[in-house]
Design a protein around this ligand. Structure first.
Ligand code: NAP
Ligand code: HSE
Length: 428
C-alpha cells in the first residue's frame, strides 16, 4: 500500500450535501483504499461566499474560482453539489471536456440536460454519475441501469420527494398544519432552498423524468412531465380518503405501453394495502413492475445531509475504482430508443371528486348523467347529510380517459345546482 494512487477531487458546493460528503469522505478514508486501491484527496472546494463560517473545514481548501479547479491538471474528479442549472451546466460541461470525471446530485441539471452531458462524458471517456439525484440513499439509478436492465420494466411509481411525504404524513397522522410541517421539513434540510419545487411536484417531476429515461431507454425531460403538487390537499381530503380506505401520497408515475410513455406527478389516493402506502415521513420508495422482473420495491432515506452523501460517496467510490482499472466512461447514455411521451389528456386514471351541491331533487341524478354521457363510469359514491341546504358529495370513478373526465367536469361546474368543486384527486 506504500505506492498507493491518490485521486484528487474538487467539491463544488459545501452546503447540506457538500458538507455531508466532506465529513463522510473523512470517515471513509481508509475504507476507500481497501475498496478501490486508491486514496481520495479533496484538494479544493468551490463555494459562493468565502467569508461564511464553516466548522471543521480547512479554510485553505476553499476557493470561489472555478477556473482554479478546471485548470488544475491533478484534479481528475469533480463532485458537483451546488444545485440549479447554471453555472452547474457550464462547469460540468467544462470538466468533462477537460477529461475530468463528474459525480453530481443535481436533478435539475440531469432532468433537462442529461442526454447532452452523458454523450459528452462518453465522447471524452469520462464517468458521469448521479445516483444522489434521485431518491437520496436508495441506489435506484444503479438498479435500473444494471440489476434490472433485463427486467423489461413497464411501470415506475415512486414517492420521491421527502418534503411532501413528510408534510402529508404529519397532516394525516397528527393533524399538523401544512405550514408547520413544511417549516420542519425545511429545518431538517429535506426541502430545496425554494420549497416551491417540492410542494408543486417539480422536484419529483425531475426525478421521475430521470428514472423513466433509464427504465424505458428513451429520453424524457422534465418539461415533458405533467406536474401537480400538494398545495390544494386539505385535512378534509385526507380524512375522507381514510374513510374510503386510502392514504394520500404525492407520486411520480411513469408507464410504458405500445403507444409510448406516460410520465406524471400528482397527489394520489393510494389503497392502504399498497406497499407505497406504508412509506412515511421523509422516506422515499420506488415501486417497479416489469414483464420479466415482476414487482419490486426499494425504500430508504430520500433526502438530508448524510443519506444523500451516502449516495454521492457510492458514486465516488465507483469512479475511483474505474480510474484505478482504467475503465472510466464504461456506462454512458442508455437512451437508445425514441418513444413518444403522451399528453395527460390521452391517458387513463381513476378520480376522486369532492363537490358541494345545492341539496335539491335531481342534483345527484344530473351529475351522474353528465358523467355517464361522457363515458365516465362511477365506482363509488357517498353523500354527506346536507347542512344549510348544501350537500357534500364524494364520487370515485372507474378508470376513465382523462379527457372525458375533464369534459364532464367542465359541464358539471357550470350546472345551476353546483356550489363548488372542492377536490379532484387521482386514485391509484
Ligand atoms: P445547499 O445547502 O443550498 O448548498 C449549495 C452549496 O453550493 C453552498 O455551499 C453554496 O455556497 C454553493 N454554491 C451555490 N451556487 C454556487 C455558485 N454559483 N458558485 C459556487 N458555489 C455555489 O444545497 P444542497 O441541499 O446541499 O443541495 C445540493 C445539490 O444536491 C442540489 O442539486 C440538490 O438538488 C441536491 N440534493 C439535495 C438533497 C438534500 O437533501 N438537500 C438531496 C438530494 C439531492 P455557499 O455555501 O457559499 O452559499
Ligand atoms: N427536496 C428534496 C426532497 C431533496 O424533499 O426530497 C432530495 O432531492
Amino acid at each position: 500500500m506504500d505506492k498507493r494512487k491518490v485521486i484528487k477531487a474538487a467539491l463544488l458546493g459545501l452546503g447540506t450535501v457538500g458538507g455531508g460528503v466532506y465529513k463522510l469522505a473523512a470517515r471513509l478514508k481508509d475504507e476507500m483504499v481497501y475498496k478501490t486501491g486508491a486514496e481520495l484527496e479533496i484538494s479544493k472546494i468551490l463555494v459562493r461566499s468565502l467569508g461564511k463560517k464553516r466548522e471543521g473545514v480547512d479554510p485553505a481548501l476553499l476557493t470561489d474560482s472555478w477556473r482554479e479547479i478546471l485548470e488544475d491538471p491533478e484534479i481528475s474528479l469533480v463532485i458537483e453539489l451546488m444545485g440549479g442549472i447554471e453555472p452547474a451546466r457550464t462547469y460540468v460541461t467544462e470538466a468533462l471536456k477537460a477529461g475530468k470525471n463528474v459525480v453530481t446530485a443535481n436533478k435539475d441539471l440531469l432532468a433537462e440536460h442529461g442526454g447532452e452531458l452523458l454523450n459528452l462524458a462518453q465522447e471524452h471517456g469520462c464517468d458521469l454519475m448521479f445516483e444522489a439525484a434521485v431518491a437520496g440513499a436508495i441506489p435506484i439509478i444503479r438498479a435500473l441501469k444494471q440489476g434490472l436492465s433485463g427486467g423489461l420494466i413497464t411501470e415506475v411509481a415512486g414517492i420521491v420527494n421527502g418534503t411532501t411525504n413528510y408534510i402529508l404524513t404529519k397532516m394525516s397522522e397528527i393533524g399538523m398544519d401544512y405550514e408547520d410541517a413544511l417549516a420542519i421539513a425545511m429545518e431538517k434540510g429535506y426541502a430545496e432552498a425554494d420549497p416551491t419545487a417540492d410542494v408543486e411536484g417539480h422536484d419529483a417531476g425531475r426525478k421521475i423524468a430521470i428514472m423513466a429515461s433509464i427504465a424505458f431507454n428513451s429520453r424524457v425531460t422534465f418539461s415533458q412531465v405533467y406536474t401537480e403538487g400538494i398545495t390544494k390537499i386539505t385535512a378534509k381530503d385526507i380524512r375522507y380518503a381514510k374513510d374510503f380506505g386510502y392514504v394520500i401520497k404525492l407520486l411520480g408515475i411513469a408507464k410504458k405501453d405500445e403507444d409510448g410513455i406516460v410520465v406524471k406527478v400528482h397527489p394520489m389516493l393510494l389503497p392502504e394495502d399498497h406497499p407505497l402506502a406504508s412509506v412515511r415521513n421523509s422516506f422515499n420508495a420506488v415501486f417497479l413492475h416489469g414483464e420479466a422482473c415482476d414487482d419490486a420495491m426499494f425504500m430508504g432515506r430520500g433526502a438530508g445531509e448524510m443519506p444523500t452523501a451516502s449516495a454521492v460517496m457510492g458514486d465516488v467510490i465507483d469512479v475511483m475504482g474505474n480510474v484505478v482499472h482504467g475503465c472510466c466512461g464504461r456506462m454512458g447514455c442508455t437512451c437508445y430508443k425514441n418513444l413518444p411521451v403522451k399528453g395527460e389528456e390521452s391517458t387513463y386514471s381513476k378520480f376522486f371528486l369532492r363537490i358541494q351541491v345545492k341539496d335539491r331533487p335531481g342534483a345527484l341524478a344530473n351529475i351522474s348523467g353528465v358523467l355517464g354521457n361522457n363515458n365516465v363510469s362511477i365506482a363509488q359514491v357517498y353523500q354527506k347529510k346536507s347542512e344549510n341546504g348544501i350537500a357534500e358529495l364524494m364520487i370515485i370513478t372507474d378508470r376513465v380517459l382523462e379527457r372525458n373526465f375533464n369534459d364532464s367536469l367542465a359541464i358539471i361546474s357550470g350546472m345551476s345546482a353546483m356550489k363548488e368543486i372542492s377536490s379532484v384527486i387521482r386514485v391509484y
